[in-house]
Every structure is written in C-alpha cells, then in structure tokens.
Design a protein around this ligand. Structure first.
Ligand SMILES: Cc1cc2nc3c(=O)[nH]c(=O)nc-3n(C[C@H](O)[C@H](O)[C@H](O)COP(=O)(O)O)c2cc1C
Length: 364
C-alpha cells in the first residue's frame, strides 16, 4: 500500500471512516424543476465509489434559495424518497453518506425560484446580490429560513444521511451573513463579528438540537475573503472555534468570497485554498476536511502527513476520473486520469468537454 495514512481508517466522534479521502459536494445540475433525485444522480455517485466520505452536492433548503433551476432540493417531504435511495447507493460503496444543505441567499434568482424573489442579509454591500430584484431579509424571513434548515436537516436524517454539512462558504447565505462585504445590517445580525456570526451559530444550534448526537452535523465554513476589507482569517477561525464549541464534531474548511494567494507560505506547493485547513486545524480540537487543488494521491498523502488536514477532499480530481479513489485503493494510481485544471467542469457547465473524464471513458 503506497499511501498508508490516506488509506487508513479515521475516527470522527463515534463514526469510523474507511479512509481519509472525501468526495466534496459538487453540483451536477441533473435534477428537474421538481428538485428530485434522478437515476443519473445515483449512477454518478455510485461511479465515484472509493472515498470514505461522499458528500452529496449543495441541496436547497428553501424554494427561494436555489442555485440553479435544476438543483436538488430538500425543502419538501416528497424529496425524502429519492434522497433515501441516493443515501443507500452511497452507503453500498462503503462510504459514509453525507449531504450539503444550502440556501443561496443573494446568489439566487427568481427565475430559479418559481418567481419568488431572492433574499440577502443586505443588498447594498460592496458585493451586490446577483439579481436586482433581491430584497433584504426581515427578521421573520431569517427565522423562517432557519426553520427551513432544521426541517431539511431532519429530512436528511430520515433519508439516511449520517453526515450533514451546512453550507457556510463560497458566498452563499452563511458567507453573506459572516462577511462585511455582503452584510451591512445594523440589527443583531450585522455589524460586530458576534452579530455577523449570529445566523450561523443559531442555525447550527437549532439543527444540532433537531438531529441529535448520532449524526455528524458539520459546516462547510468559508474562513476568509479575498478582499482585505472582507472577512479576515482571524474572524473566520474564531467562527470555526465557536462552531466547535456548539458541538461540531468536524468542520470542512474552505473560502468565503475568494481566497488570497498570500495565505500560501513561501515555497509551499499546496494550493492556497488547502492552506486554509492548515491555518484552522491547530486552533481546533476537532478534525478538519481540507480541500483545494489535490490532484494526485501523493499530494493527498503529503497533506495528511504534514498536518495540513485530517481528511483530504478531492473535487475536480474525482470529476475528471470518478475511479480516482478506487484506483488509489487498488494500487493502480498510474491509471488515474489526472485533472488538467482546464475547468470546463466548473459549475459542471460543459463536463462532456473534460478531457480526462473522456479519457476515463465516462459518459455522465
Ligand atoms: C462542478 C463543480 C461543482 C461544485 N459544486 C459545489 C457544491 O455543490 N458545493 C460546494 O460547497 N462546493 C462546490 N464546488 C467546489 C468544490 O467542492 C471544491 O471546493 C473546489 O472544486 C476546489 O476543490 P478541487 O481543487 O479539489 O476541485 C464545486 C466545484 C465544481 C468543480
């Protein structure tokens, strides 16, 4: 076995993952306007077998928080049946079935939301909502969306997901509250760091109470903005520590509105994004999932051995070759079709143009 650390089992709270490879959430836009799971989703996740943890793509908690018209949803009970079959498909691969639940806030549009206007913490920050029809969340809206997160988390548990990740990264609603670039509120949800954290902490706490201790309730937390007037690393790490204090057993560390290159120490060959996990990890007692630019198993092994991260998420690498993890397990890494970073997959716009994926013989 060439990668003993990467392939060793890893314990998170009471759960043992069979290895330290994670398939991170990656939207494939294959649902219909009903937001339900299709056969193609099951095929896609089954064909990516091998990671110890597989996290289903961003799934909408509210009808007014969609990222795309063909995004998966978890905002009605009718979604449970399809999601349950999907969780079963993932479990059969030997992975822990996980799911990311999300509200897109000001990055949604009414076109995707059956005419419902998108909502954001504020609409006059230096990063504007994607659509001019976006309106500012009232306190009632905030409470309703928190209730939607709780209902979505309960549905995820009913469907059989054992890891649930609240999406607090990448400029969506959680990030929008946390970052001063998108939150100019003057009430208890804006202004000081504690106020900007309030939505995230309250929502986490409410979901935690709803799902109980047997589910790994995590967050994908964006801990920095690219713009130096935005969320600072210190503020992001403080938020991670507060989520740990709320009982998070693990955190998935990522960026908020972008990531500055300066977080990469001189001489390091790791992606700046991956270094964010390395910055947060020493401040936490719980393990972290790190992500960013991991192309080869050797890079993943080095990241876990060097203490940059506990678990190594491989995004585009697995899209390029869905058998990435299986080939590592079978000691067949030479046959991996390595991601070329050419990015037609980004946001799954033209995945059929991914040269590595074509070479790997994949048709989805
Ligand atoms: C096609 C595609 C879809 C993505 N969808 C999501 C998503 O649903 N949720 C999320 O948090 N990040 C999403 N991302 C970001 C990835 O999870 C990951 O953070 C990013 O690709 C960087 O990791 P990598 O360098 O290993 O690809 C997506 C990325 C790609 C390429």
């Amino acid at each position: 076995m060439s990668y003993p650390t990467l392939l060793s089992p890893f314990q998170v709270a009471d759960v043992t993952l069979k290895n330290r490879i994670v398939m991170p959430p990656m939207v494939i836009w294959k649902s219909g306007e009903d937001a339900e799971v299709r056969d193609i989703h099951r095929k896609h996740y089954a064909s990516s077998a091998g990671p110890g943890l597989m996290i289903v793509e961003a799934t909408a908690v509210s009808p007014d928080g969609k990222l795309h018209k063909n995004q998966l949803g978890i905002f009605e009970d009718r979604h449970i049946q399809g999601l349950s079959r999907l969780a079963g498909t993932i479990r059969k691969t030997g992975a822990l079935p996980g799911i990311q639940i999300n509200h897109a806030g000001g990055r949604s549009t009414s076109e995707w939301n059956w005419g419902l206007p998108p909502l954001a913490p504020s609409t006059d920050g230096s990063i504007k909502p994607d659509s001019p029809e976006c309106r500012t969340l009232t306190i009632d809206d905030i409470k309703r969306i928190q209730t939607d997160f709780v209902a979505a988390a309960r549905r995820a548990v009913t469907a059989g997901f054992e890891y649930i990740e609240l999406h607090y990264a990448h400029g969506y609603l959680g990030s929008q509250f946390l970052s001063p670039l998108t939150n100019t509120r003057t009430d208890e949800y804006g202004g000081s760091l504690e106020n900007r954290q309030r939505f995230l902490i309250e929502t986490y706490r409410a979901c935690r109470d709803a799902v109980g201790d047997s589910t790994l309730l995590s967050c994908r937390l964006g801990i920095i903005d690219k713009d130096e007037d935005g969320l600072s690393l210190e503020e992001g790490i403080d938020t991670a520590c507060r989520l740990e204090a709320e009982g998070a057993p693990i955190l998935h560390i990522s960026r908020a509105h972008g990531v500055p290159d300066s977080v990469r120490p001189e001489g390091s060959s790791f992606d700046p994004l991956l270094h964010l996990a390395g910055k947060a990890r020493p401040k936490l007692k719980i393990p972290v999932i790190g992500i960013g630019g991991i192309l080869t198993p050797a890079e993943a092994e080095r990241a876990v051995n060097k203490g940059v991260t506990d678990l190594a998420a491989v995004g585009r690498g697995i899209l390029a070759d869905p058998q990435w993890a299986l080939k590592v397990i079978k000691d067949a890494e030479d046959s991996i079709h390595i991601c070329r970073r050419c990015n037609p997959c980004f946001w799954y716009k033209t995945p059929e143009k991914c040269p590595s994926r074509i070479a790997a013989g994949n048709t989805i």
